[in-house]
Design a protein around this ligand. Sequence first.
Ligand SMILES: O=C(O)CCC(=O)C(=O)O
Length: 264
Amino acid sequence: MDTTLFQGTYDVPDDKVTFFQDNGYVRFDEVLSTDEVEAMRAALERALNERKGYSRDLAGGGDKILQMLNLWEQDDVFKDYSTSPRLAHIAKRLTGSDTVHLFHDQALVKKPGPSAASPWHQDQPYWPSKESGMLSCWMALDDVTVDRGAMQFIPGSHKWGEFEPISFEGDGPALKDLVSEEQEALWKPVPVELKAGDCTWHHGLTFHYTRPNTTDHTRRAIVTIYIPEGITYAAEDKMDHPLSDTITSQKGEPLRGTKFLQLA
Ligand SMILES: O=C(O)CCC(=O)C(=O)O
């Protein structure tokens, strides 16, 4: 293990915090060095070969959107990444929280060939939390263009409340069918193309989407989800989550679990 990876700080100026609060997402460039991106790519390659932990195709089969959960449990490079003080510091700055816990990490891989869109959705409806405020870091391990599945956001949609979970298999209503006419008029997607090592962060209520990967190069992203202060366990009020069994809180208590490491 190279313990120098993912250490050090990344400056988060106030205008980035304000942008995140206003828009529900924000981008940060060159958060990872070239060496760190290379280490992550190699670790992901190992994970893809071994397929040890929880993995599934979000689009219903055929690895069109391959999701692999909690890679930090399998590999020291991912452990250093997912517990990185550099990223935890960004989470603290964006939320204003003094403490941050890890919810989970996940690889989201869209290979060339059969690939699917990640439909417009919010994350909060899939999470076992009562309050909104958890947030995700979407780290690009490849240069991402719109055609390769770059993230797209609806600015300000994190202020529109919580909608129902959207099926990634396309067998339910689309999020756009659920919004008001006023919200539909504000539906102006902003794609965020990134270089490897750049990332976006988004609030759990922010509407987001990615296109199918129609390029000839794999799109590898690592998403890390953080729990700030003030988030409680919603128990049976929310749908089951792959990590539901690891939750140690009672309903209404701060959301904690055996795998939700305290990072700051
Ligand atoms: O990468 C994708 O295709 C979707 C990402 C996403 O939905 C998320 O990070 O919450």
